[in-house]
Ligand binder design. Sequence first.
Ligand SMILES: Cc1cc2nc3c(=O)[nH]c(=O)nc-3n(C[C@H](O)[C@H](O)[C@H](O)COP(=O)(O)OP(=O)(O)OC[C@H]3O[C@@H](n4cnc5c(N)ncnc54)[C@H](O)[C@@H]3O)c2cc1C
Length: 129
Amino acid sequence: MGTHEEDLPGLASALRAAVRGDVDFSATARALATMDASNYRRVPAGTVAPRDADDVAAVLEVCRAHGTTPVVARGAGTSIGGQATGTGVVLDLTRHMGGIVSLDPEARTAVVRPGLVLDRLRDAARPTG
Ligand SMILES: Cc1cc2nc3c(=O)[nH]c(=O)nc-3n(C[C@H](O)[C@H](O)[C@H](O)COP(=O)(O)OP(=O)(O)OC[C@H]3O[C@@H](n4cnc5c(N)ncnc54)[C@H](O)[C@@H]3O)c2cc1C
């Protein structure tokens, strides 16, 4: 299900009231999220850059209440199948949710937030081998 243009102001203000992160329904933000690395094009209702997991949960709750607005998670947007585009809300996980939570060289594990760029993880892990 898509989101009608006339519903966008209500959706945007409900999101602004619910999240601490950035809600951007401007023409520029929508245009930037229209494509990924594929040939597909979908104009989203708007974008949200959540601050944390609570923000992600709040977005899902608001979108569920607004006629089951679709939500798409987006990282670098390098999907070559159009999966990082959608007609509802695009979650930009790179702006505030790209950190490393913990690195354990002994166990050779890392806990990262969902927008982390792989090179940053490699740089952080390199000194410990
Ligand atoms: C030139 C090129 C070569 C490639 N070669 C390979 C290859 O050799 N091997 C390979 O495996 N892949 C390859 N890919 C695919 C690409 O690496 C993957 O699409 C990439 O890992 C997606 O990561 P992203 O952060 O850019 O996600 P996006 O492109 O932003 O999203 C991809 C999908 O994951 C979802 N998503 C994004 N973030 C999250 C999240 N935090 N939680 C839940 N869902 C999320 C999106 O909704 C979408 O469905 C290639 C892509 C390109 C452009």
